[in-house]
Design a protein. Structure first.
Length: 60
C-alpha cells in the first residue's frame, strides 16, 4: 500500500489535522523507513513523520 499526500503545499501550512488512513488488519512495515504500525486507524502525521511518502507492506 502506498500513502502519499495530494496537497503537500497546503498541508505544510495547515498541518495534518485529523486526517488518517485505515490500515487493514495485521502488522504493516514502511519499506522506506523501517517504521511499523498495527492495522487500524493511523494518523497521517504519524505515518508520514519521517518521509513524505510511505510504502507499506503487511508483515507475516
Amino acid at each position: 500500500m502506498t500513502v502519499a499526500p495530494t496537497r503537500a503545499l497546503q498541508l505544510e501550512r495547515t498541518g495534518w489535522g485529523d486526517d488518517a488512513v485505515q490500515l487493514p488488519a495485521g502488522r504493516w512495515e514502511d519499506v522506506l523507513t523501517g517504521s511499523s504500525w498495527d492495522g487500524g486507524r493511523q494518523p497521517l502525521g504519524t505515518l508520514l513523520r519521517d518521509f513524505p511518502v510511505a510504502v507499506l507492506r503487511r508483515r507475516a
